[in-house]
Design a protein around this ligand. Structure first.
Ligand code: PLP
Length: 410
């Protein structure tokens, strides 16, 4: 029944393929700049000290068991997640205009939101039922939205010339999209480019979207990881909420808690301020619960318990903020060093974008041929588009990496 013309061999996921190739490479100099996970200065995964503390508390809790969580997840976790992303004193929360469901990390939140939109989003113009994503964007967005048959289009985002934001292209495409289109926005630390709009640019994007009654869907996978400040990294979302938008947020705790495999995340729907908002949130929440039930029944408990302990305890929260600064600080330091090493070598090209970009990734501007040479001759692994994970660089390999880049660019 499943012959090759019915089920052809699918290509391997490029990122996970890269990981496998790196593992196989037996050269001692090899450098992994592919995967989007934090590494310490010895290229090792890092369990955040605050996560260890929370896990210790969980182990000692005599009341813990392995019962199912409710369909919407752990209530202490979802309510703390609202406060984290919207701010403790957000009017949206006090007005009860937010409904939140715990999700299978950020991917699960994006999926739940996308599924809800396919079922229920009904803009006046039929061709507005399209989600606009940045070009380029996180590769999984494409398959995720096509899986639920949500039509997708791109808006320009990255300028090859400046290796910064193509702001005019972004705004003009969003402006000319049919009224009521869905616009996916990376809340901070854009993946894969590391390029974020400034606050002034976000303000303009919000104005244009408001005039066109577009629907924002924020993907927030790096809160606290980009600047080191949780509030600063949520600025764009909160600006849109203040402007009275109705919107959705996919919130991931994979990177900022280092809880990658535990799949801790949250989906939020924020209704616009109106006399109907509380009722709307209740109706939307009831449908989301049905979708959640049929898809995953109920979310996984462990990661949410760990995060919830931290989010709901002042002392642990302060420790978490310190851990976030450790991660973002090391990454920022690697950016500085990489740029200055390349500039010192007079490597052809400009390298200011390495420190201008923020978050885990940098779009180096290396082309596919250069990426391939780096991999085959220098044992340096990165994605084909020239994206490097800054977290893969450390004091032991940064000289070797800068030398290798210098050689392939010349
Ligand atoms: N969105 C973006 C832009 C990402 O980079 C990632 C992870 O790399 C995710 C969402 C979702 O990650 P997870 O499902 O592990 O939370």
């Amino acid at each position: 029944a499943f012959s090759a013309d019915v089920v052809p061999q699918a290509p391997e996921d490029p990122l996970f393929g890269l990981m496998a190739a790196f593992k196989k490479d037996s050269d001692a100099k090899k450098v992994d700049l592919g995967i989007g996970a934090y590494r310490d200065d010895n290229a090792k995964p890092w369990v955040l000290p605050v996560v260890k503390q929370a896990e210790e508390l969980l182990r000692k809790d005599p009341d813990l068991n392995h019962e199912y969580l409710p369909i919407a997840g752990l209530a202490d976790f979802t309510s703390a997640s609202q406060k984290l992303i919207l701010g403790k004193s957000s009017p949206a929360i006090t007005d009860k205009r937010v409904v939140s469901l715990q999700s299978v990390s950020g991917t699960g939140a994006l999926h739940l939101g996308a599924l809800f939109l396919t079922r229920f989003y009904n803009p006046a113009a039929a061709d507005a039922k399209t989600i606009y994503v940045s070009t380029p964007t996180w590769a999984n967005h494409n398959q995720l939205f096509s899986n639920v048959k949500l039509p997708m289009k791109g808006y320009p985002y990255f300028s090859k010339e400046t290796k910064g934001l193509d702001f005019d292209g972004m705004v003009s495409t969003i402006e000319s999209a049919p009224e009521g289109s869905i616009i996916l926005l990376h809340a901070c630390a854009h993946n894969p480019t590391g390029v974020d709009p400034t606050q002034e640019q976000w303000t303009k994007v919000a104005q244009v979207m408001k005039a066109k009654r577009h629907f924002p869907f924020f993907d927030c996978a790096y809160q606290g990881f980009a600047s080191g400040s949780l509030e600063q990294d949520a600025w764009a979302i909160n600006h849109f909420v203040e402007q009275g938008f109705e919107l959705m947020i996919a919130q991931s705790y994979a990177k900022n808690f280092g809880l990658y495999g535990e799949r801790a995340g949250c989906f939020h729907f924020v209704a616009a301020p109106s006399s109907d908002a509380v009722d709307e949130v209740s109706r939307v929440g009831s449908q989301l619960a049905i979708l959640q039930r049929s898809e995953i029944s109920n979310p996984p408990a462990y990661g949410a318990r760990v995060a919830s302990r931290v989010l709901n305890d002042e002392k642990l929260f302060a420790q978490w903020e310190e851990d976030l600064r450790t991660m973002s600080g090391r990454i920022i330091e690697m950016r500085k060093q990489l740029r200055s090493k390349l500039e010192a070598k007079k490597t052809p090209g400009t390298w200011n974008h390495i420190t201008d970009q923020i978050g885990m990734f940098s779009f180096t501007g290396l082309n596919e041929q250069q990426v391939q040479t780096l991999r085959e001759e220098y044992h340096v692994y990165m994605t084909k588009n020239g994206r490097i994970s800054m977290a893969g660089l450390n004091s032991h390999n940064i000289d070797y990496f800068a030398e290798s880049v210098d050689k392939v660019v010349r």
